[in-house]
Design a protein around this ligand. Sequence first.
Ligand code: FAD
Length: 287
Amino acid sequence: MFRRFGSRVTIIQRGAQLLPREDEDVAEGVADILREDGIEVLLETSALGAVRDGDSGVRLKVRTPEGESTLEGSHLLVATGRMPNTDRLNLAAAGIKTDEKGFVRVDERLETSVPGVWAMGDVKGGPAFTHISYDDFNVIRDNLLDGGEESVKGRLVSYTVYTDPQLGRVGLSEKEAREQGLDFRVARMPMKRVARALENDESRGFMKVIVDAKSGRMLGAAILGIEGGELMSMVHIAMLGDMPFSTLRDAPWPIRPWRSRSTTCSRRSSARCRENLGEKVRDRGTR
Ligand SMILES: Cc1cc2nc3c(=O)[nH]c(=O)nc-3n(C[C@H](O)[C@H](O)[C@H](O)COP(=O)(O)OP(=O)(O)OC[C@H]3O[C@@H](n4cnc5c(N)ncnc54)[C@H](O)[C@@H]3O)c2cc1C
């Protein structure tokens, strides 16, 4: 936003990629878009110290892979993550256990180490989003008030990174699917194959869906592109309904979010056709 207002913006990231939890190609896609918009992205760079520079300036010393240097600017936004403030609650006095980072330990029903005491939201660790906190409330309400057996196990987590264009994410990333040793395939399509993206003159980014090799069910998706959050929600709904990937892919969508008619391969099309369309299908293909 500030870049688009005309400010010079530099992002300093200690790790080798932005969005460290995302797949490398997704993080690179986001960084490429930011760079294209004129933002300087410094990876593997540590902040060493900041000092005031006159009345309105800041000088920040950084260590980059090329050596130390100093950045100058008018403002410094520090976003280094959030920590629970449970250290101030003396939870040990009540026997409530926390993990090494201070998050309250809960079981899958969100009950703490003390029966009858529950924890919800950011303070229990895990995905830190408003909708997850609200879902935690639903789980606890059912368990506490209705004697239910609601659990957060296997909860399908989705979120949007509000870059422009957005990154919509649901379920497993490719990295997570690999870590879990799953047998999966990856379908990938650039946004420049999406008619609506072309019509809106914003065709940067790509879609990527992780598909279970045996069942054809979707395990997760990353949609970096125009309205990526909205498109991701469609995938999220399809996943909740246990819809096979091929059903979503082949449906005759009136708004054509996925691809334009002229670039549609039929159900019987060759792998070549799909490849030509940028529907890069890895492993054994998605059909
Ligand atoms: C900059 C930023 C942007 C975000 N953007 C998004 C987004 O776009 N989408 C999304 O889904 N999520 C977003 N989040 C995350 C989201 O805000 C949190 O996941 C959500 O607010 C968690 O809800 P919660 O009720 O668990 O905690 P909180 O909303 O943090 O509420 C905890 C409350 O407890 C109070 N409190 C703390 N300690 C004590 C104490 N000792 N005694 C009494 N009260 C206490 C706090 O003051 C606070 O009011 C964002 C977070 C940040 C910081």
